[in-house]
Design a protein around this ligand. Structure first.
Ligand SMILES: [Zn+2]
Length: 339
C-alpha cells in the first residue's frame, strides 16, 4: 500500500466489511494469525461472504468479518484482543481516527473527533485514548543503545498565570469529558508543571518521553537506566550538572553549554531534543490545551510514536500501529483510573 489521503480512505472503505478487510491488511499483511493461540494455519473464513452472515441483535446484517482458527477452533476478527475490541464504534470510524492520529503532526482533539465522526464527547475521548494505548511503547520494548540525547522540560500551564477570561473558560470546560474521582481536587492537577524526560536515539530517530517526579540527578538516572544500556552508549546533554554523575556510567558523555550560546560542538548537540520538545509543546498547546497529569503519559506515547516513525508513510505508520496492537485491550477502568 502506498501513500493515501483521508479521501482515498473514504473511497477505499465504503462499507463496514471493507473497513474490516482494510484493517486485516494492516494487521496481517500476509495472512490472518489467530489472536487467541497465535496459529498461522489457513484459518476458515466464516462471514459475511460465505452466505452465513449472522444477524445482529437488532436484526441488521452484520458486516463483521469473522474467522475460525484451524487449531483452537475459536472465532476471531481483526479487532480481537486489540484496544478496539468490544467497542460499539464502527471499525470504519476507528480507521478514520487511526489515520488522522497517525497522519496529523499535532494529533486530533477529542472534540474534533466527536464533531467529525458524530460521536459523543465521552466516546470520542475514549476512542482517542484507545488509539494512544495502541501507540504505546510497552515496558518490554528493547532498551536503547547507541548515541542518546537526554533532555528534560516542564509541561503544563500555571493557572495562576492565566488571565481571568482564559482561566474561567478552562475551568468550566470539560476537556476531559470523563469525570474525575469524587473528592479529587481537579484544578490541582493543573497547577504544577510536570517534568518530562525525553530520550532520543540519534541513529534510529526513536524518541521515548516519560513523566518524571522531579529533575534531580537520582531521578534522572533511574529513568535513564530503565530505558538505556548505559555502559554501551554515549550520552549527550546540555550542561546541567545533574547529568555529570550519570554521564560517567556511559561510554562517554558530551555536553553543550546553552548558557554560553553553544548548541552544537563537533558531534555533540541536543538539537533533536529541542526540536522534539518544541513540537510537543506546540501540539499540546494548539490541539489538546490543558492535559491533566494523569493522562499526560498517553499523549507522550502518541507523540513518541509519531516522532519515532516520522520516516514512514502514513500507511506504513498505520501498519506499524496495527502490528503492535495484539493483547492490548483497554478497559474503561484503566483509562479513567480507579473511578
Ligand atoms: Zn487459535
Amino acid at each position: 500500500m502506498e501513500r493515501i489521503s483521508i479521501i482515498d480512505l473514504v473511497e477505499q472503505i465504503p462499507t463496514e466489511a471493507d473497513a474490516y478487510a482494510f484493517m486485516e491488511r494492516l494487521r496481517w499483511p500476509d495472512k490472518p494469525i489467530c489472536p487467541h493461540c497465535g496459529s498461522e494455519a489457513e484459518h476458515r473464513f466464516l462471514a459475511p461472504e460465505n452466505g452465513s452472515s449472522r444477524r445482529t441483535r437488532t436484526g441488521t446484517l452484520s458486516q463483521r468479518r469473522v474467522w475460525k482458527c484451524r487449531d483452537c477452533k475459536r472465532q476471531f476478527s481483526v479487532i480481537t484482543n486489540t484496544p478496539f475490541h468490544g467497542s460499539k464504534v464502527p471499525v470504519r470510524t476507528w480507521l478514520f481516527v487511526l489515520f488522522e492520529m497517525c497522519a496529523n503532526k499535532n494529533g486530533i482533539a477529542a472534540r474534533e473527533i466527536a464533531r467529525k465522526y458524530r460521536l459523543t464527547n465521552k466516546t470520542a475521548w475514549f476512542v482517542a485514548h484507545r488509539v494512544r494505548l495502541a501507540m504505546e511503547n510497552l515496558p518490554i520494548a528493547e532498551p536503547m543503545r547507541g548515541t542518546i540525547v537526554a533532555d528534560e522540560t516542564f509541561i503544563g500551564g500555571d493557572p495562576l498565570r492565566m488571565n481571568r477570561k482564559t482561566r474561567r473558560r478552562w475551568e468550566g470546560r470539560d476537556e476531559d469529558p470523563v469525570p474525575v474521582a469524587p473528592g479529587a481536587a481537579r484544578p490541582n492537577q493543573h497547577t504544577a508543571k510536570t517534568p518530562v524526560l525525553a530520550l532520543i536515539d540519534t541513529n534510529t530517530g526513536e524518541a521515548r518521553s516519560k513523566v518524571i517526579t522531579d529533575v534531580a540527578g537520582p531521578t534522572l538516572r533511574k529513568a535513564i537506566a530503565n530505558q538505556v544500556v548505559m555502559s554501551g552508549s554515549t550520552l549527550m546533554t546540555d550542561e546541567g550538572p545533574q547529568y555529570n554523575q550519570i554521564g560517567r556510567e556511559f561510554l562517554s558523555h558530551g555536553a553543550v553549554n546553552h548558557h554560553a550560546g553553544e548548541y552544537v560542538r563537533g558531534s555533540v548537540t541536543t538539537n533533536q531534543a529541542e526540536n522534539f520538545f518544541s513540537q510537543l509543546k506546540r501540539s499540546l498547546d494548539g490541539t489538546h490545551h490543558h492535559i491533566s497529569k494523569t493522562h499526560l503519559p498517553r499523549y507522550l506515547a502518541e507523540f513518541d510514536f509519531r516522532y519515532s516513525t516520522r520516516g514512514l508513510t502514513d500507511t506504513q505508520r498505520m501498519q506499524r500501529l496495527m502490528g503492535q496492537t495484539a493483547n492490548r485491550r483497554l478497559s474503561y477502568k484503566r483509562v479513567v483510573g480507579s473511578y
